[in-house]
Ligand binder design. Sequence first.
Ligand code: ADP
Length: 730
Amino acid sequence: MVAFALLLTSGVQHPVRLTASATALVLGGLILATQFFGRSRRSDGRRRLAWLLFTGCVLIGALSNLLSVDTGRTIRAAANLALLVALGVGVMGFAVFPLARRRGTDLLRMVLDGIVIGGCFLLFGSSVFFPALLNAEPSAPAPTVLLIPVFDVVIATFATLLVVRSSPAERPVLALTAVGFCGYAVSDFAYAAIVAQGRLFQFGSLVDLGWITGYVLVALAFANPGTRVASSDAPSVEVEVSAVPGTVVVVTLFLVAATLTASVALSGRLGLPYAVVWLAVLLAMVARQIALIVDNETLRRTLERRVLDRNRSLRQVTQQSDLLVNSVGDGIYGVDETGLVTFVNPAAAQALGCTARELIGRPAHAVFHGNRPDGTPYPVESCYITEAIRDAVVTNAEEDTYLRADGREIPVEVTATPLLEAGRAPLGAVVVFRDVTQRREVDRLKSEFVSMVSHELRTPLTAIRGSLGLVSGGALGPLTPPATRMVDIALSSTDRLTRLINDILDIERMESGVIPLDIADHTAQSLVDAAVAQLLVLAGEARVKVVTDVQGRVRTDADRAVQTLINVVGNAIKFSNPGGTVLVVARQRGAFVTFDVADRGRGIPEDKLDQIFARFEQVDSSDSREKGGSGLGLAISRSIVERLGGRISAVNNAGGGSTFTFTLPATPGGADEPADPGAAPGHVLAEPGHVLAPPEPELAEPEPELAEPDPGPAEPAHHDSLGLADRSGP
Ligand code: ADP
């Protein structure tokens, strides 16, 4: 473009400039026509039609340029006509280009914008560039020539409207196209002005620069690979286009036009046609602003009405949920992420013997939780509210005690649900609790009844067991083989019945709290060793090896803790496949030691993971027949663990089998003590034929299915890195 400007202004001979200009224009027109056509092939709907019309526009324009080279009058008239047709087709192209869909007043505003923009262009063209044109003697130019600038103004107006109303993604390419057309229009304007003055137009002057600039800019719009124009009507129609660019452009143009008009008026050159155009621009501008104000006002009212409607329905929803929370019989309170009470429903306030106002803002854990049976306060880390917020899981406590304002304790059943918002840490929790005093009383009576019956059953059972033992031992003389078989069956059934009755008595005593606890400090290793020692026979029969990796010290009742370990590890052995491995890992985490017992057995259906801790619950009814047991072991374990101040849960491992996890309070300060000498990592305790054997080479490297190879004894293989599931449940 710069080279061309230099060429056109240089002293090079006119015929050379003419040929160069005309060739560039015709070639430019053809190249652009190819690009527009290519674009139309890649578009559909109205967009395709628009690009096709642009193709036609530049082709006819190029033809007109070609004809303009000739100086004959008839050919010149044909060239003018061709230019007019080209511009008309261009106008149609802009007219069909799809814009964001408009509402009624918006459409009116667009028309008014068009008048303001078009009028301003007309005023610029005539006052700045070619004053002769607008105030020209009516006799001078032919009507076709006068129409050319009008069409140019329309094209420039459409182009500007299209740019300000297109979506931001389309704007760069459309802006370049539009400015290109504007450049084109300027040259047309000059051409018309020259012809209107009765002079002969010839290529090779600066006038050509507008056309050439037009071609170059439009070609640039297409050459830039970053500019992407939507190929179908749909996307840009849906895009909400801001009214701001339109207003900025219109007001700027208007202000410039006003300044120009003032200077024209001051210089005394203000003719009638100019004044008429200015008046039209002024009126359109005023009307546009009024339309804008009306539109804004309507929008404001609609918005206000909508906000009011929304508020009303919100209030209704709030009232409904308030009603619900206030009428429900269960106590409900909310806590924020730090555990401070944020709301309390009337049932909760009544159950706790105070008003909601007294509770709000106080720490829920400290206010509601009674002490442990041994009088020590419950640690806040093991509080289900803390867990719900920290781990973002729903937590339950069936055996909790709440402290009323009058100091009385009430047994409660509690569920804490974290308040979750997508992608954020829990905002707090909602806690629902129910006073279970009456249910506990019924349970107590039932337990008393069961234990009385069990006691009554145990006495005759002992006599039966003794007699059968004597008979089987031959005290009454030798037995025939069938009689021996019968007596053996009777003996084993009596043993099972005795175990069942013992279990029932155990659980009743544990839950009624009559068993005194002997709390003392122990190493986790000693407890695990004691439990595994009792399971050696079972492990041998099942051909399952037990691998332990235990650290930490616990403050607990050793007998009860061992009983729990026997239940859990015993189950893991029972439900492992022959040749399998059970892994027992203990680690101190905060104020607790966590025991994980993992197996690679059949696993537990997800919906039973919680249920199996209830009494007489078994995954399969055939379990009691095939594996022995009554479905009481885990219920007893849970009673024990909760009484000892811990929690127990089960999850399935990603690669099969399940992991049972329970916690026991750690010895305060015990984490720093050196590990038990016997607690070597990967310590193999039970294996068929091996009792407390040191790790054999084969065993030192845990089974691939259960564990990855341990890099060395210095770093005990923690179960998380062994391919077993992390604890994810409450
Ligand atoms: P039981 O005396 O029947 O073993 P428990 O209360 O100890 O009673 O266990 C209840 C049920 O939970 C078992 O019958 C079994 O179905 C299931 N279960 C317990 N531990 C495991 C385990 N490690 N793998 C698979 N299922 C298990």
